[in-house]
Design a protein around this ligand. Structure first.
Ligand SMILES: [Zn+2]
Ligand SMILES: [Zn+2]
Length: 229
């Protein structure tokens, strides 16, 4: 185990588990690091960006420096959901919200998402507790519908739900397609009856106002009402 002395830092260990920040002179090279208050191990400050914390090998949690906390910022309805929340992500997209998926607990992806102004949604208590950032949010409900209500309420998005403006499969934006073009992919009876068609700009999936679209709109109304209630 490295001692704090080897880095030339004076380290006083207190009973608190909060880490301290040190500017350490290591043989003429200034290194900004975060010291574990338990064992003195020095960690690269970059690992704590956006309020990330980590467990030191000595068993103490390191991080959560007030100085490294990002300003709380209200996301504008852009999300990164962990892989356990794939159904929620699909529904958020169908409601028009930008939602990418990130591997569960993947710090690099989470940092990237936070840097891009996204809120990170996770179903994992462990992942959520490893971050001290207002935009890392643990989703507590088990079923997708309640999860939707949770997100819409928390981020106050009920008035911004725009069903069927974004592709549920890939997160791409939908663009209108003419009836003539729709004839290439939709059954003739649909083309005769339906006027509005859209297609995903990214994956090409097509959507039109049928029973499925009506069901999505009904879910949107229900979720908005529950989120407001
Ligand atoms: Zn330690
Ligand atoms: Zn798509």
């Amino acid at each position: 185990m490295r001692s704090s002395k080897s880095y030339g830092a004076e380290l006083r260990v207190s009973g608190s588990s909060a880490a301290r920040r040190y500017d350490v002179d290591r043989g003429g090279i200034d290194v900004t690091g975060v010291c574990c208050t338990g064992c003195g191990r020095l960690y690269d400050e970059a690992r704590f960006a956006f309020g990330a914390t980590l467990w030191c090998t000595c068993g103490r949690r390191v991080g959560a420096l007030p100085a490294s906390r990002e300003e709380p910022r209200r996301p504008a309805g852009e999300f990164a959901a962990d892989a356990m929340l794939a159904r929620l992500a699909r529904w958020l997209r169908l409601f028009g919200f930008d939602c990418v998926l990130v591997p569960l607990g993947d710090r690099v992806s989470m940092r990237g998402a936070l840097a891009g102004g996204r809120a990170v949604l996770t179903a994992s208590r462990v992942v959520a507790s490893a971050w001290r950032h207002s935009a890392v949010v643990r989703i507590e409900s088990a079923d997708a519908r309640s999860q939707l209500v949770e997100v819409i309420r928390r981020f106050d998005l009920a008035h911004r739900i725009a069903p069927l403006t974004r592709c549920g499969e890939c997160n791409g934006l939908l663009e209108p397609v003419s009836r003539a073009e729709a004839a290439a992919f939709a059954p003739p009876r649909v083309v005769r009856k339906i006027e509005a068609f859209t297609r995903c700009r990214d994956c090409g999936k097509t959507y039109w106002e049928g029973t499925h679209a009506a069901a999505i709109r009904a879910v949107a109304r229900d979720v908005a009402a529950r989120a407001r209630g």
